[in-house]
Design a protein around this ligand. Structure first.
Ligand code: IFM
Length: 473
């Protein structure tokens, strides 16, 4: 039989219709109705909040207090940790991120304080007893004053002191800590303390910032190997801040170039160095930093920790700006959830090469009235859900922070807590509790802002029932 021939025009339309039908079929199979109405997180997803020792514990003498940025009693978490973890447990969390204070543990070079370690053992035991998996950071911006006097991270030879502290701590606590984080936001620290001059030691020597960042990366790599030598089963990661960057003037080649450079320096270089084991970075006006493959940095990650907060615009002089008319937090930081997705997409090839999972180790905002936190949470978690659908291996989320605390050079004014200092829950804590308990949330919660703001979870649940959506138990 002779096959009828289609004209060119008929062939074109047949192809278009065929593609549309196939597309529709694939779309329906890929996105069943349930997935669209409930943003379900993978089984075993980690839900928690994050803190750091100096910001919450109180009663610490270190290089910050010596420099006049004294956190005083902070949130008195040193004495109230059991009560605080009780709140975290009630909020449905199954993990908690905290840090250890090096200055407490090693108040003088080589003298380790057994009482300090005993305290942290109690803290960690309490977390386990409450079903909260500890993610423990070894260094979160602070150091003993004696270490600072030795030149701190400016001197490569001082890394040995950090490793001695790591050896002592990991030997003493390994039975209680499955996840170690070597360093928190090393690049942020290097630039705040050595380029901006805002944090101790208040240096404004731009080239030093790059050297310090390089030394911190080396310290991470060496600590990774040491921890594995002492505790082979440990999961060891590094926590890095990633900030979405966009040109302030899209028409300006200078603004575009400055954005590209800053993105490479602040968001990419660290992951490239950890994947390849080498770093060779020349930055105009900042100098150069090099790490040789013989340093053993390659692949020194069992997981990646990302702290995401905001987006900045970069102008032609490389200065950072907030978009005009942007939605902002009380610190003036733009609320830009899409940026989290952008950062995770950028990270995907590195996570794939390293074959490691990703945790959002911090995300939050300063919001004393809790006017925006519920919506902030929902929007960031919605893009996180999207990232997971795209195959990015995100395994957990830690909100910053469990309670209000000492926000470094900004003092106590910015309120990042799910609870205030008196341990009163902000309404958003209830929203987060419902999300953690149900391992997800109905998509339409994103659109009931006003109600969420007032009677947070009650309103959300009531709406769910009215709409006939049952949250899983
Ligand atoms: O409070 C800090 C934390 O110590 C590190 N990441 C950013 C948070 C908010 O500024």
């Amino acid at each position: 039989m002779k096959t009828p021939r289609l004209s060119k025009k008929q062939g074109f339309w047949a192809a278009v219709l065929g593609a549309a039908a196939l597309g529709l079929l694939a779309y329906r199979q890929r996105k069943p109705a349930k997935l669209m109405s409930f943003l379900d997180f993978p089984e075993g997803f980690v839900w928690g909040a994050a803190t750091s020792a100096y910001q919450v514990e109180g009663g610490i003498s270190n290089d910050w207090s010596a420099a006049g940025l004294d956190a005083g009693q902070a949130a008195d978490h040193y004495h109230r940790y059991a009560e605080d973890f009780g709140h975290a447990q009630e909020m449905g969390h199954n993990a908690h991120r905290l840090s250890l204070e090096w200055a407490r543990i090693e108040p003088e070079p080589g003298r380790f304080d057994d009482a300090a370690i005993a305290h942290y053992r109690h803290v960690l035991q309490d977390l386990h007893a409450k079903g909260l998996t500890p993610f423990v950071t070894l260094w979160h911006f602070t150091q003993p004053q004696w270490f600072a006097q030795l030149g701190g991270w400016q001197r490569e030879e001082n890394i040995a002191s950090f490793l001695a502290y790591v050896r002592y701590v990991v030997t003493a606590l390994q039975d209680l800590v499955p996840y170690w984080i070597t360093l928190n936001e090393p690049i942020v620290y290097a630039f705040q303390a050595y380029e901006e001059g805002l944090w101790p030691p208040f240096e404004k020597e731009r080239s030093q910032a790059l050297q310090v960042a390089g030394h911190l990366l080396l310290a991470h790599g060496r600590a990774f190997h040491l921890i594995h030598e002492l505790q082979p089963q440990a999961q060891v990661g590094l926590v890095k801040n990633m900030t979405a960057l966009a040109p302030a003037q899209v028409w300006s080649p200078l603004s575009l170039l400055a954005t590209r450079l800053q993105h490479r320096l602040f968001n990419e270089a660290c992951w490239q160095a950890l994947v390849s084991g080498k770093l060779s970075l020349k930055v105009p006006q900042l100098g150069e930093v090099k790490i040789d493959p013989s340093e053993g940095l390659k692949g020194t990650l069992d997981f990646i920790g990302i702290n995401y907060y905001t987006r900045n615009l970069v102008n032609g002089r490389g200065e950072l700006r907030t978009r005009r008319k942007a939605r902002t937090s009380e610190l003036g930081w733009e609320i830009y959830p899409e940026g989290l997705l952008q950062m995770l997409r950028q990270l995907k090839p590195y996570a794939r090469k390293l074959k490691v999972p990703v945790y959002i180790t911090e995300n939050g905002l300063a919001d004393a009235q809790d006017a925006q936190r519920s919506q902030f949470l929902l929007e960031h978690l919605a893009v996180l859900w999207q990232a997971i659908q795209e195959g990015i291996p995100v395994k957990g989320y830690f909100h910053w922070s469990l309670m209000d605390n000492f926000e470094w050079a900004e003092g106590f004014e910015p309120r990042f807590g799910l609870m205030d200092m008196s341990r009163r829950w902000r309404p958003s804590a209830e929203v987060y509790r419902e999300i953690a308990r149900h391992n997800g949330f109905p998509l339409y919660w994103l659109s009931i802002k006003r109600k969420l703001r007032r009677r947070a979870s009650a309103a959300a649940l009531q709406h769910s029932h009215q709409k006939g959506i049952t949250l899983k138990e």
